[in-house]
Ligand binder design. Sequence first.
Ligand SMILES: CC(C)(COP(=O)(O)OP(=O)(O)OC[C@H]1O[C@@H](n2cnc3c(N)ncnc32)[C@H](O)[C@@H]1OP(=O)(O)O)[C@@H](O)C(=O)NCCC(=O)NCCS
Length: 320
Amino acid sequence: MSQFASSADIVVRPLREADLDLADQVLRLAFGTFLGAPDPARFMGDVAYVRPRWRSDPGAAFAAEIGGVLVGSNFAANWGSVGYFGPLTVRPDLWDRGIASRLMAPVLERFAAWGTRQAGLFTFPHSPKHLSLYQKFGFWPRSLTPIMSRSVRAAGGTAGWSRFSDVPRAEQAAMLVQCRELTTAVYEGLDLTREIAAVEAHRLGESVLVWDGGRLVALAVCHYGAGTEGGSGACYVKFGAARPGPRAGEHFGQLLDACEALAARERLPRLVAGVSTARHEAYRQMLGRGFRADRLGVAMHRGNDAGYHRAGVFAVDDWR
Ligand SMILES: CC(C)(COP(=O)(O)OP(=O)(O)OC[C@H]1O[C@@H](n2cnc3c(N)ncnc32)[C@H](O)[C@@H]1OP(=O)(O)O)[C@@H](O)C(=O)NCCC(=O)NCCS
């Protein structure tokens, strides 16, 4: 099957539930091989992307197959005016035959249908192949995105913050409106409510809400537990942001404290968050709080548009 005749043999289609096991295997093998892991098939332990992404939005998950066998997948994420894609993975024995390029078409089509204004991705800054692949589709490398972590101190109560899962069901829709109002102040149209709802519906972790005098001033979407993007060993802040304004830095600090308190409460040893170095003050605040980079990615932006990756924005995310 690795001797397929031409790109006409590659079929790109929606990812189906029956594909999930194989898509997960291909993803681990692809990253494990690229990064030189000793046992690529088991790479990333109980961290998972395929199932949580598919369950969160089955209409934004795509497969490539050859001869009826899945050989790669790609996922798009809808954050309102912002969209990103990945993980994009291809079975290693079939690299450099145009399969990933074919898996770009459906995510670009999703962005068009969603009216995505800022589109981007996270990739490996040391790989000429990766940069060149995405540049072909109009995405350009901008800031570094260190994936940072620190050990969790046994600290923190719940003063000043609350958990989305504690919001009574009848009030959740109104709470999502407040969340959207905060993120759209960070970047017009930025909307994390699908992520918050997916975490709640599929028990992927918790969303953290930070309050100041009854006003929502910061929020974070955290994944943790086996089979999530955090895995069983970490609280992974997939997105976090403080409301812009003179006290944004202070509220951002409170948000990081709240995420750490959540992690301590869930007995998770590490707190993980990616941050764009373009968000200079946020990056420096994380360094000052003892976060260290475990590895580096680079954000590639369609049309080289900075979007909300700029100084003065107190937000963490990494578009993985
Ligand atoms: C990255 C990955 C998805 C690419 O898949 P692929 O099917 O091999 O990619 P394609 O063949 O469609 O495209 C690769 C492009 O890079 C080009 N390329 C390869 N090596 C290159 C190099 N050293 N410098 C510049 N371009 C290079 C190829 O020529 C091709 O471009 P072309 O179509 O213009 O010829 C795959 O290698 C993979 O699964 N890697 C591990 C997981 C991963 O890193 N995923 C991406 C995370 S962002």
